[in-house]
Design a binder for this molecule. Structure first.
Ligand code: SAM
Length: 246
């Protein structure tokens, strides 16, 4: 298993690393006028072109971001499959005339030229609070009406994980200002990347996606534009540029 962080622009460095079983993207949302929050144009096409037919792309963002970017994902040849909400224990007070924001969205896309049923997606379960993969006899269409009856667990019992996931934010422990909890990313990785597969993280930041892959036993390559951040991520993951443990 290898875990690597490459310093560079994802649009330039990631095509040489694919194709990916799963792509993770936590780009700047472009919701504020802050210096580091500028939208990055064109990464969606690079993601689509480097996604295996069985693969999917999980993107973090705000509702505002997805309303703005919906047509861009469609134009890149990506269909939306589903969304989950990450509920944090605390949040940000950007404006005092709005609710305190304690959630983010993660939206899953898949290639528009493949059927959803062909996409690897083993939704995790929560019977004993430990996310586990459950094989189902029949894969239901993702956009059917009353699809629940089609889900038959061969293992019996455990419930599909809920689409609203509560998890403490990294506040006070983070090495990146918008770091996602690695345990949250681990759920997405276990769901959408087969064991031993390859995850490409287009906006690696702290390398939390790499930590998730180490926990889940998946290979990982992340791109991070900021060289200082990339160094911190490598140090945290205990890997050099080539994925070897330091
Ligand atoms: C929202 S943060 C990602 C945080 C990360 N998911 C984590 O949990 O630590 C976005 C990151 O993307 C980086 N970035 C911005 N533009 C980029 C680009 N074109 N290619 C690669 N990284 C980029 C920024 O430096 C920033 O660290």
């Amino acid at each position: 298993m290898t875990v690597r962080i490459i310093t560079g622009d994802c649009r330039r460095v990631m095509p040489a690393e694919g194709p990916f079983d799963m792509i993770l993207a936590d780009p700047p949302y472009g919701d504020t006028s802050l210096d580091w929050d500028k939208l990055v144009a064109g990464w969606e096409v690079a993601a689509r072109e480097n996604l295996k037919p069985t693969g999917s792309l999980w993107v973090f963002g705000s509702m505002r971001f997805f309303l703005k970017m919906g047509p861009v994902f469609e134009a890149a040849g990506l269909h939306m499959a589903q969304d989950v909400v990450w509920e944090k224990h605390n949040g940000s007070n950007m404006h005092n005339d709005r609710f305190r924001r304690v959630h983010e969205h993660a939206v899953q896309f898949y290639r528009a030229d493949v059927e959803w049923e062909a996409v690897y997606n083993e939704v995790q379960t929560t019977a004993d609070e430990t996310p586990r993969t459950v094989r189902r006899k029949k894969r239901p269409p993702h956009n059917g009406g009353d699809a629940e009856s089609v889900y038959v667990s061969e293992d019996g019992g455990p419930k599909l994980m809920r689409s609203v996931i509560y998890m403490r934010s990294m506040h006070g422990r983070a090495i990146h200002r918008t770091q996602k909890p690695d345990a949250l990313l681990e759920i997405l990785v276990r769901t959408s990347c087969p064991p031993g597969g390859l995850v490409g993280d287009f906006f690696a930041g702290s390398g939390a996606g790499g930590k998730a892959c180490q926990m889940a036993g998946r290979n990982y390559v992340g791109a991070e534009l900021d060289p200082l951040m990339a160094d911190k991520a490598r140090a945290w993951l205990g890997s050099d540029l080539f994925g070897r443990a330091a």
